[in-house]
Design a protein around this ligand. Sequence first.
Ligand SMILES: [Zn+2]
Length: 328
Amino acid sequence: MCCNNSLDEPVIHTDKAAAADLQSISGMKFFDPHIHMTSRTTDDYQAMYDAGIVALIEPSFWLGQPRTGTDTFRDYYNSLIGWERFRSSQFGIKHYCTIGLNSREANNEALAEQVMEILPLFIYKEGVVGIGEIGFDDQTLLEEKYYRLQLQLAKEAALPVQVHTPHRDKKKGTQRSMDIALEHGLDPYTVIIDHNNEETVKDVLDKGFWAAFTIYPFTKMGNERMVDIINQYGTERIMINSAADWGISDPLAVPKTAALMKQRGISDADILLVSYQNAITAFGQSGQIDEADFNAVKNPDQSEKFEGNSILRGGQQPRINASSIIIS
Ligand SMILES: [Zn+2]
């Protein structure tokens, strides 16, 4: 006895099939705890809202090329708690962020020193749910220095930590990230270890940390592997994210993975845990997340302005005005 599928029947992924898949999770709500919206378009926001994403976390990160001064860090952090949050709200999605010095730019010591000085000006602001994303990239001594300093900062501020684990030598980097966090006396229940895979998950869960998984299209951690991980390890302290940014990535990775989980027989309750609730429990330890706020941004007035600026371009009608008989 074997399979229903015959091997000579290829599975064709058409747009129609993809739409039908997302249909299966319509009405469910999602939280993407790692996505860099600054690098994404208004179409992405609209598609995310339509797919059921009600809230997200935007970690501060590396912008693809090194910054040359503290002021660009300052402006970037300000945009995460200002303009980008506003832009997200105009598409009906509640926006949170984590603030930190990313691992790559920790290697510029002179600049890193200055950035450390301004971090306390941002981490206590409304909607900041943690220190992140911080950790190792090349696993250099300077990366370790600023990772440690920021763990101390998180401890003093009683904020969760969002840890970026390296893509090269991941197992060792993940291990080291956890050891150092424990050495600094952090409660592993307040630390979210990100970008896990099959090699790291067991250790992360055994040590009491949260295990986040980034669903990368075409490479590394595809969502079929994610379904297998859920089947093997369950849903406790596990969450999924898209980590979509300026590179090839998928801002709908969370709802698409939820749809695949449903198709593969994972219960709605378990899907809700890994694609919504667990992230809220983990980052909610900041005291900054109130689910009632998700509804408050649901029906945006797109003619609203932030410091005199709106998302509408000359002559555009707000989306909310759906009953207008004028089609323009
Ligand atoms: Zn990231």
